[in-house]
Ligand binder design. Structure first.
Ligand SMILES: [Cu+2]
Length: 576
């Protein structure tokens, strides 16, 4: 399930649930703000644990908003193929959640499907509410068929467009920008069993619609009606599963004003690239001649020899007064699928609107490699199970460890001191330094990874710098690395192997993000203060890479007193 979470200081925060790649709202800033007047629900909030004490110290003025999320099957027909997909409230894309900065959200999830489910509130910092973060087997057991769980968290100092999505198996696809004719849970099992790569999606979609370029999809097109001479704000959400994508509107410029729910200096561009989980608010002025213009979404793939869906999803940007049958101006501005420079150029221009509170001194220096592995085949039926490079099994890793999800909630195991489910020996830097970008590459002999549920423990309040370094085993590739429970300053990035002697950092106004596309064959440096206790997943948001093990859990210890201590778990935590 995917959705948008949108927070604004004046208007409000909007948590949209969307399946899509992009979510769109209204016109001029002023009218936009007016359009977000929602009904406030005032209720006494009953709270069991120390949260009451904690909340008393939070800024006043927040309302409490209630949502009912029922996980339900919905029959849809797309591309001449009918199938049942997993949705929230039988909506595809899912429901929008609206809230204001500092509001409290209470969202009751009831699972009425045969599948397991959990919801991650992507970009919500979950200050002292790690229990409601949502990733299955990390902060909770999945909500089983027929069960309920209530997520509760406060949007402390957050505003902008964020995004909710399923965090069990590959189910977020069905509230997502890629469309599959297959059962996603079965598909994940099949891909894992094969040891090989994932097949490509049948289509990309914009707000659930593939558009006219696909077979049997001529009339399944999303359309926005616009008035000439206005400025519109579009909320773009990378609601993708295994792909990153470019987006553009024919003949129109996009001015980025917000990234990952944080204001940026205005940056005008012909196109943007969104990795899965990334959000961008862009302004578009309807200053072209009256007509119908294509909005286009197509693949960005920086890896070598990767099979991709290369058909572009199209939606219409339709001016008032244009004939409904007028020819759409083609979106000629989409970069080629392998245009790395197009991605870098936008990233180079992305700066925080205001001077940030970037940590200048560092207590904890971390260095994680990210990339692929090929492990040796151990199967008696290699043709079925070892379809990776040279008859090996595909994997992915951080610091050469492929993360294995535990059988119970990692947070529960940590909180209750239950032994045997995880270790605390994830290395803070690679065990071996070598030319990361260029080798080794003779799969599967020298390309293997270790595996385990390894965690890295961080002291409360540490000022952390983390270098993320792409590796070239199998192929280099841009990996969108997402960190739960935190945003971080992207202080630097570059190509090749990270070299502290030559790397240049921006410590003044770097973008403050929750997902960073680490440049293909390059590195990125991020900084944050570890001031939110809990167990926080850091992983590649390309789903199949995460499935192969590209992730790690960071444990941030408690500090002093209730404001720095994770409260008790809610009474209705699901059981595994
Ligand atoms: Cu990845």
């Amino acid at each position: 399930m995917g959705q948008v979470l949108h927070l604004k200081r004046l208007p409000s925060m909007l948590l949209c649930s969307h399946l899509i790649t992009y979510f769109f709202r209204n016109s001029k800033m002023a009218s936009l703000i007016n359009s977000f007047k929602h009904v406030f629900i005032s209720l006494l909030f009953l709270c069991a644990h120390d949260m009451l004490q904690v909340m008393a110290k939070w800024p006043k003025g927040g309302s409490t908003r209630f949502y009912d999320f029922k996980v339900q099957m919905l029959k849809v027909t797309k591309l001449c193929h009918a199938r049942n997909i997993v949705t929230i409230n039988q909506m595809y894309p899912g429901p929008v959640v609206y809230a204001q900065e500092d509001d409290r959200l209470i969202i009751k999830l009831t699972n009425e499907t045969p599948y397991n489910a959990s919801i991650h509130w992507h970009g919500v910092r979950q200050i002292l509410s790690c229990w409601s973060d949502g990733p299955s087997y990390i902060t909770q057991c999945p909500v089983q068929s027929g069960q309920t769980f209530t997520y509760e968290f406060t949007l402390i100092k957050q505003k902008g467009t964020l995004f909710w999505h399923a965090h069990f198996s590959w189910l977020r696809a069905s509230v997502y920008g890629e469309y599959w004719n297959k059962d996603l849970v079965q598909l994940e099992r099949n891909v894992l069993a094969s040891g090989g790569p994932a097949p490509v999606a049948e289509a990309y979609t914009i707000n659930g619609h593939p558009g006219p370029n696909y077979n049997c999809s001529e009339n399944d097109v999303y359309q926005i009606n616009v008035v000439p001479g206005k400025t519109y704000m579009l909320r773009l959400i990378g609601a993708l599963l295994h792909m990153e994508c470019f987006f553009s509107i024919a003949n129109h410029k996009l001015t980025i004003v917000e990234a990952d729910g944080e204001y940026t200096k205005p940056l005008t561009t012909d196109h943007v690239m969104l990795g899965p989980g990334q959000t961008l608010n862009v302004l578009v002025t309807t200053d072209q001649k009256i007509g119908r213009y294509s909005m286009a979404m197509g693949p960005y793939m920086s890896g070598q020899n990767v099979t991709i869906q290369n058909i572009t999803a199209i939606a219409y940007f339709q001016y008032l007064g244009a004939s409904p049958h007028s020819v759409a101006f083609p979106a000629s501005l989409l970069p080629r699928f392998d245009d790395n420079l197009a991605v870098k150029t936008v990233m180079d221009g992305l700066k925080s609107l205001e001077v940030g509170n970037v940590p200048k001194e560092i207590d904890t220096n971390l260095f994680f490699t990210i990339g692929f592995n090929v492990n040796k085949c151990n199967s008696k039926t290699p043709k079925q199970n070892c379809q990776g490079s040279n008859g090996g099994v595909m994997a992915a890793s951080m610091n050469n460890n492929s993360f294995i999800k535990p059988k119970i909630s990692l947070l529960q195991a940590y909180y209750d001191h239950i032994n045997g489910y995880f270790t605390e020996d994830f290395p803070g830097s690679p065990l071996k330094f070598y030319d990361f970008v260029n080798g080794p590459n003779s799969a599967p002999n020298d390309t293997g990874s270790t595996n385990g549920t390894r965690t890295k423990v961080i002291e409360y309040g540490s000022r952390v710098q983390l270098i993320l370094q792409d590796t070239g085993t199998v192929t280099t590739e841009n990996h969108p690395i997402h960190f739960h429970g935190y945003s971080f300053y992207v202080v630097g990035y570059g190509s090749g192997n990270y070299n502290p002697q030559t790397a240049t950092f921006n410590l003044v106004d770097p973008p403050y993000m929750n997902t960073i596309g680490v440049p293909v064959g390059g590195w990125a440096a991020i900084r944050f203060v570890a001031d939110n206790p809990g167990v926080w997943f850091m992983h590649c948001h390309l789903e199949v890479h995460m499935t192969w093990g590209l992730g790690v859990a960071l444990i941030v210890k408690n500090g002093q007193g209730p404001m720095e201590t994770l409260p008790h778990p809610p009474a209705d935590m699901p059981r595994c």
